[in-house]
Write a protein that binds this ligand. Sequence first.
Ligand code: GTP
Ligand code: MG
Length: 197
Amino acid sequence: MHIKSAEFVMSNSDVTKCPKGLLPEYAFIGRSNVGKSSLINMLTSRKSLAKTSGRPGKTQLINHFLINKNWHLVDLPGYGYARVSKNAKKTFQKFITQYFGLREQLVTAFVLVDIRHDPQPIDLEFMQWLGENGIPFSIIFTKADKLKPNAILRDVEAYKNVLLETWETMPNYFITSSSNETGKDEVLNYIDELNDN
Ligand code: GTP
Ligand code: MG
C-alpha cells in the first residue's frame, strides 16, 4: 500500500472525544519505550508524525492520525513503566479499557513487544485480556535491527512456545525494525487487506 497522506488529527485523554465517524482504525499498544511511535513514523515514512523519545513515558494521550484520508492509525501511551505512580497506572488502565471497550471502529490492535526480551507477564496478560474481550490483535516484534537473523528466529520461537501454553494457535505476528524498515510492507499490506474486507 502506498501512503499518500498522513495527518495528525487530535490527541485525547477522553475516549468519547476521539474522532466520530466509522473510519477503520488500527491501534499500537505495548510497554513504554517498545517503539510504538517510531513504528507509526516508519510505516507512514514521516520522520516525526508521532513523537518519540529515548525516555519511556513519552506518549501520554490517545493520538489519532488520518492516513490516505480514509483510515486511522492510533498511537497509545505505553504500559508497564515502573517509574509511574500508582495513581497514574490506574488512570492509564481506565483509559485503555475505555479505548478498547468503546472504539467500535477498531479493526485490530497491534501489541508491540521488544524482540530482545523474554516474554513478559504484563504483555502476556494484556494479550489474554484482549482475547477475553474479543478484541482481535497481532503481535509486532520490534527492534529487530538489534539482533542477528538467527537470534531473531530463536527469540520468536521462544515466544511462540510460551504463547502456545495458553493460546491454541500462535497469534498473527510481524517482525519489524523502525531503523531499517523491516516489516513495513508486511504490516501495511495486512492493514490494506483488512481495510478491503
Ligand atoms: P512511549 O510513548 O514512551 O510508550 O514509547 P514508544 O513505545 O512510543 O517508543 P518510541 O517510539 O518513543 O521509541 C523508544 C526508543 O526506542 C527511542 O529511543 C527509539 O529511537 C527507539 N526505537 C524505536 N524503534 C526502534 C527500532 O526499531 N530499532 C532501534 N534500534 N531503536 C528503536
Ligand atoms: Mg510513544
